[in-house]
Design a binder for this molecule. Structure first.
Ligand code: NG1
Ligand code: ZN
Length: 530
């Protein structure tokens, strides 16, 4: 058939050094190794859309916080959530089928059903990487050979792509201008008269696309300086959320830039992560995702009570990387259920979707607050019942506040730009300084180490990554190294890099213990799996 011959001429002509895995957040690697995979993902995106009767599927070309020469691709469901598990498996199989790719494709989709129906729609976005142009072209070729229509969103943050898909799927406005309008409006509602309280802020955009988004909303913000704009320097290098959070260091530009800004925020390369910080003697005081979750959950739980909607369920999801002190803080909040999920936003999202209102954050700064349709419905009708009351009534104000949070927080995925506005608004409403926020709990000492091994996949974890299942000897070594009151440690293979990650945590008073544990365990990883 026509399709069959198009497939034969298109597939299998670009080299791919080895098998790729979908990992924590899509396929990633050195950009030039991804050509074939990206082409195939374009095909798959069209098939996925076709299987959903033409609802638009998303393709985001980005490698997030990874270095500039890397790139990656992830597929997004029409409702803005992460790709369905079955399709993740199928995508992995197709992308790694070297022998007879058309046959591999035919195995998962009935080719005679798909061709040229013109029904599939794929939205494509990309970040500032130089390699994006070539990859986007290939993805488009993939979509088109399957008869799909491409809509190019262009240079966008990852959360903007998720937002646009969800809005389109719900037949709400979906243009980027609508995204900005929604953010500005919700922020205005949330801060109300209090905007003057906010101190000057510097936003480090990791030399990436986040600067474009920050510029578009900055009229809503108090004085801010925007640094490390797109292509000011190499993407994510010595700057950005991942650098600041993992290294606990100020971005390099700090010393050169705007000394009057005490408060800083760092986005990552595709602006779905955010951390904030202040300089301290000898280092930084970091507000990471755990601190965001603490502040936001406390704020929401207070307003649920005051708004008389305590009947709605509220949960917060964390990963094994979350600091034990944050978990303890959250567990003491009234009416809040704390749950743990496997590393990766897709798992966190799934864990909180079961609740009416769900907060999730990874310590690295990726998170949001999700409101179910039921929650928004109840908040709206509770507010309508108070229509006769004065706008200043506490209950009514709390209901408006919660609705503003639901409009500000990205309802599809963690969004660094929306999160910045959310945090600033809450600090301002609570009359809280960053220093006070950082004192909500005292973080336990922690240490992150990475180890390179020949085959990281020999390590299998369980219990949301908190335990190593195999190899048993490694599991025992970890247990032995962390066998002390208040200490814990775990090991897992990274899903985005070719490394094994070691995490260790110890009480504040046990100075040096976390590092010791991490090193001892890293040696064990090397010895047992190297
Ligand atoms: P890996 O490389 O699988 O640890 C990292 C982050 C995840 C998640 C993904 C996606 C850490 C320790 N891990 O995954 O939480 O954000 O990247 O970008 O921060
Ligand atoms: Zn990112």
């Amino acid at each position: 058939s026509d399709l069959q011959s198009d497939l034969n001429s298109l597939l299998g002509h670009r080299s791919q050094p080895g098998p790729l895995s979908y990992g924590t957040a899509g396929f990633r690697g050195k950009a030039e190794t991804l050509h074939e995979a990206v082409l195939r993902c374009g095909m798959l995106a069209a098939c996925r859309s076709h299987s959903l009767a033409g609802r638009a599927v998303g393709v985001m070309v980005t490698a997030s916080h990874n270095p500039a020469p890397d790139n990656g691709l992830k597929l997004v469901e029409p409702d803005g959530s992460m790709l369905h598990k079955d399709w993740e498996v199928a995508a992995t199989e197709f992308v790694n089928a070297f022998d007879n790719p058309p046959a591999a494709l035919a195995k998962m989709v009935k080719l005679e059903d798909v061709p040229r129906q013109g029904k599939a729609v794929v939205l494509i976005g990309w970040d500032t990487r130089k390699s994006s142009a070539v990859l986007v072209d290939l993805a488009c070729q993939g979509v088109e050979v399957m008869g799909g229509t491409v809509i190019k969103l262009g240079l966008v943050t990852t959360p903007q792509l998720h937002f646009s898909l969800r809005a389109r799927d719900r037949k709400e406005a979906s243009a980027l201008e609508d995204y900005y309008t929604a953010l500005r409006r919700a922020f205005g509602k949330l801060v109300r008269e209090k905007r003057a309280v906010l101190p000057p802020l510097a936003v480090d955009c990791a030399n990436g696309v986040g600067a474009v988004a920050i510029d578009a909303i900055r009229s809503a913000l108090p004085a801010i300086a925007v640094v490390n704009r797109a292509n000011d320097g190499p993407l994510n290098k010595n700057c950005g959320a991942d650098f600041v959070q993992k290294q606990r260091k100020m971005p390099e530009i700090y010393s050169k830039a705007v000394p009057k800004c005490k408060m800083w925020a760092s986005l990552d390369g595709d602006a779905d992560r955010l951390v904030m910080f202040e300089k301290r003697d000898g280092g930084i005081a970091l507000a990471d995702g755990d601190r965001f979750a603490a502040l936001v959950t406390q704020f929401i739980s207070k307003h649920m009570k005051q708004g008389g909607v305590g009947g709605l369920s509220l949960a917060v999801a964390q990963t094994a990387y979350s600091n034990g002190a944050a978990t303890e803080f959250l567990s003491k909040l009234q009416g809040v259920q704390v749950v743990t999920a496997k590393t990766g936003v897709k798992h966190l999202e799934k864990a909180v979707r079961k609740f009416d209102i769900g907060v999730y954050w990874e310590p690295n700064g990726h998170g949001t607050v999700l409101f179910s349709d039921k929650a928004v419905g109840e908040l709206t009708s509770a507010k309508a019942k108070l229509a006769g009351e004065h706008d200043g009534s506490q209950q009514k104000r709390s209901l408006s506040t919660l609705l503003a949070v639901s409009a500000l927080a990205n309802q599809a995925v963690g969004d660094g730009v929306a999160d910045l506005l959310l945090i600033l608004a809450i600090l301002s409403r609570e009359d809280m300084t960053t220093s006070e926020w950082l004192r909500l709990y005292e973080e336990r000492r922690s240490s992150n180490v990475v180890v390179r091994v020949t085959d990281k996949s020999v390590i299998v974890t369980e219990d949301c990554d908190r335990l190593v299942k195999e190899p048993a000897a490694l599991r025992d070594a970890i247990a032995k190294a962390s066998d002390e009151e208040g200490c814990r440690a775990f090991v897992r293979p990274s899903g985005t890099e070719d490394v094994v990650r070691v995490y260790a945590e110890a009480p504040v008073k046990r100075e040096g213990k976390a590092n010791e544990m991490a090193l001892e365990i890293a040696r064990a990883v090397y010895r047992l799996c190297g």
